[in-house]
Design a protein around this ligand. Structure first.
Ligand SMILES: [Zn+2]
Length: 229
């Protein structure tokens, strides 16, 4: 077992408390699908993306009314990821800069209670596209990012085959209709992200999961309580 194993002997509570803690952890796992007991779990290490690379642009839609919920759900327009995922994103940014583009981040780590709000306030049709809070989202683990590209010269967001959070066939990363230039930019983003350990979502060209997502637990820490690192 590594030093950061969740249930290592050195950090586990005394035996009188042990069964109760184990029971509570298993109950939490049943509800939220967190990593199994005994599996090495990485402790949360959320870092602010723009603190690692200030050339990455943000358009945090859930801090505005410009999203499918039509109201602001975040108090602050900030984006966080677990450190290895954030460092991989910085490498993507550096590569894309050579092609004349930069990353435009819409969302990163998302507290679990926000995912629950999405679910509670969605109708049956919208629920096909939002994460079930009983399972949780890779965003809740700090290992998913929603993003597009901006043009380095103009600073403007590029045209992609669909809008962000557009729940249509055009959002699929395998959609072949539309403007060739938009398809090429979508594929440029995907290629750069996949080279650094991210996988694109099958239905959303803008959503990428980082490879180590299973090693992190579902979190419900507000942005304001994430320490500066
Ligand atoms: Zn997403």
């Amino acid at each position: 077992m590594g030093p950061d194993t969740l249930f290592s002997r050195a950090t586990y509570p005394p035996s009188s408390h042990r069964l109760l803690c184990l029971f509570r952890h298993l109950a939490f796992c049943l509800v939220l699908s967190c990593p199994a007991v005994g599996q090495t779990v990485r402790l949360p290490d959320l870092v602010e993306i723009t603190a690692l690379d200030s050339t990455i642009h943000l358009d945090i839609r859930y801090a505005t009314g410009n999203n499918f919920m039509r109201r602001a759900l975040y108090d602050e327009a900030r984006a966080f990821l677990q450190r290895p995922a954030a460092e991989a994103l910085v490498r993507v940014q550096r590569k894309l800069t050579r092609s004349g583009y930069g990353l435009l981040v819409f969302d990163g780590y998302r507290p679990w209670s926000i995912t629950k709000k999405f679910w509670d306030e969605s109708d049956e049709e919208q629920r096909k596209f939002v994460a079930d809070p009983s399972v949780g989202s890779k965003h809740n683990r700090g290992c998913a990012v929603d993003l597009s590209l901006f043009d380095l010269e103009s600073g403007e967001e590029v045209e992609m085959p669909s809008d962000y959070d557009e729940f249509t066939i055009r959002a699929s990363p395998s959609f072949r209709g539309g403007e060739p230039a938009a398809l090429a930019l979508r594929d440029l983003l995907r290629g750069a992200m996949e080279a650094e350990g991210y996988t694109v979502n099958r239905g959303e060209w803008w959503h990428f999961d980082y490879k180590d997502w299973e090693l992190y637990e579902i979190l419900d820490i507000p942005f304001s309580e994430i320490p500066d690192r």
